[in-house]
Design a protein around this ligand. Structure first.
Ligand code: NAP
Length: 205
């Protein structure tokens, strides 16, 4: 796609980041390089209407995301969703980003399994118009699932081997007292231990 003069390309990395792990960071860096992005803005999700189960308080997920991304000059973290009252909808985030960056090309990057449900999201059609969607996939991911939802032509695929790491596995490791080192940044591990996150396993699934 041709960029307008004076415009940039921005990746919007959407996710719960509960907690953020190296798979997310590798995804963002790979997207930056492969898509020629000027920057990647991580947007930790606020409260999600389609996700009734327990998630870690948004402020703590935000702070872990800041700790994990601080050293990369191309990465930043937005409070857009966690400061928003009520449920979080991606369409509101994309409208707001479009308003603040009228000339930039926007790419919304998230997990392929999340994108599989996009047709059930609020104002799904508008979402697909406001940004190009990038589905990060784990090794062995069955792309037919995107095809069967009719999404393949609307979505770019980013194959990220490091996404063998998952937040649910990291949470379970904390609960089972197994190592998380080299799966999440050391600062995130220290923060999670300090605030005693993920210890009782109630949020491990
Ligand atoms: P999720 O259902 O918790 O995650 C689905 C899968 O995608 C998991 O395997 C997850 O792995 C992976 N994933 C999530 N974010 C990722 C990322 N940035 N990069 C690579 N893999 C990622 O999904 P979620 O985290 O709650 O939501 C994902 C995004 O979709 C958020 O921005 C959310 O706001 C948006 N969303 C919007 C609506 C709506 O507007 N109605 C509804 C649902 C979701 P990990 O667990 O390891 O991250």
């Amino acid at each position: 796609m041709q960029l307008r003069e004076g415009s940039g390309a921005v990746g919007i990395m959407g996710g719960s980041f509960d907690p953020i792990h190296l798979g997310h960071l590798v995804t963002a860096e790979q997207a930056r390089a492969d898509l020629g992005l000027d920057e990647v803005v991580f947007v930790p999700a606020g409260s999600q209407p389609q996700k009734p189960q327990h998630t870690t308080p948004s402020e703590l997920r935000y702070l872990m995301t800041v700790l994990a991304t601080a050293a990369n000059p191309a990465f930043s973290v937005s409070r857009l969703e966690i400061d928003r009252e009520g449920p979080t909808y991606t369409v509101d985030t994309l409208r707001s980003m479009r308003q603040s960056r009228p000339n930039d090309q926007l790419f919304f990057i998230t997990g392929a399994d999340a994108i599989l449900n996009i047709l059930t999201w609020k104002d799904a059609k508008e979402c697909l118009e406001l940004a190009e969607f990038v589905a990060a996939t784990r090794p062995g991911y069955d792309l037919h699932r995107l095809e069967s939802e009719g999404l393949r032509e609307h979505v770019r695929i980013l194959d990220v081997p490091a996404l063998a790491i998952s937040s649910s596995d990291v949470r379970k490791r904390f609960a089972d007292d197994r190592p998380v080192r080299y799966l999440i940044p050391l600062e995130v591990e220290q923060f999670a231990r300090k605030y005693r996150l993920y210890r009782d396993g109630s949020d491990a699934a």
